[in-house]
Design a protein around this ligand. Structure first.
Ligand SMILES: Cc1cc2nc3c(=O)[nH]c(=O)nc-3n(C[C@H](O)[C@H](O)[C@H](O)COP(=O)(O)O)c2cc1C
Length: 236
């Protein structure tokens, strides 16, 4: 792939000199890339109807199909539907958000305060995805030198869920602004189990065509070309 093709990867045609016999058909590949490119973090666009049980089973199944270090599958999925529980979590979010906002000043502060950063009560379903780093014993294949691989495995499950949900017309929003202790208390998470992701999940009819934080001027997607190095870390 040329440098140009890297920066304009969306325009790269779906053909290549060698087509593996394992490659998907053109339509199937286009669908995979479409899910990746049009997946969004959703905060405000959730519709209130509950998620169909088959759809939920499929997106949880996609999460459970994720790769995991030593095949340890360290995840659990806590499904939160009751409004009371979601309101407790939202209150915890609001407190943490007020604290987080203190670090910004001027226009940036104003912008932060106007951002919608959660859909906890608007989404009919919240899912807390946890990691049990000791599921297969305190250490094990692939975790001896790098125990953090168990948490990384759970993040793979999150991304699988997020992409499968996109294909189902279900939006997902990741909420990370809370005190962990408070979240543990609300969800009765035992010590030894780690919270990896708190997700808001619900059907959506519309999505931003680009990251909402980009659209609202908070940040921009970096140029891919500038992030690729060859053979070793290249100093500027
Ligand atoms: C680990 C992680 C934590 C995140 N936490 C939040 C959050 O607390 N609130 C929020 O609005 N978005 C959160 N996001 C979503 C990001 O803001 C979003 O992915 C990013 O702006 C790119 O937009 P896109 O996902 O729509 O492409 C989080 C995303 C990740 C991967």
């Amino acid at each position: 792939m040329t440098q140009n093709a890297v920066s304009a990867y969306r325009e790269v045609p779906l053909n290549s000199a060698h087509k593996s016999t394992l490659a998907f058909s053109d339509d199937e590949r286009a669908a995979v890339y479409r899910a990746i490119e049009t997946r969004r973090d959703v905060r405000d666009q959730f519709l209130p109807m509950p998620i169909n049980q088959d759809v939920l089973a499929r997106i949880l199944g996609a999460a459970h199909a994720a790769p995991s270090v030593g095949f340890m599958q360290p995840w659990n999925f806590v499904l939160i539907e009751s409004l009371e529980q979601r309101q407790r979590v939202q209150k915890a979010f609001k407190m943490a958000q007020a604290e987080e906002g203190l670090q910004f000043e001027g226009e940036r502060k104003q912008l932060y305060q106007n951002l919608k950063l959660e859909g906890i009560t608007k989404a009919p379903l919240n899912i807390c995805i946890t990691c049990d780093p000791n599921r297969n014993g305190k250490t094990g294949l692939g975790r001896t030198h790098n125990p953090q691989m168990s948490q990384y495995s759970v993040v793979c499950a999150v991304q699988n869920l997020w992409l499968a949900a996109r294909a189902e017309g279900v939006g997902v929003g990741w909420v990370s602004i809370y005190h962990e202790d408070r979240m543990r208390e609300i969800l009765n998470i035992p010590s030894g189990i780690e919270i990896i992701a708190y997700l808001c999940v619900g059907y959506v009819d519309e999505l931003y065509s680009e990251p909402e934080l980009q659209k609202k001027g908070w940040g921009k997607r970096l140029a891919l070309d500038e992030l690729i190095m060859h053979e070793k870390w290249e100093q500027e």
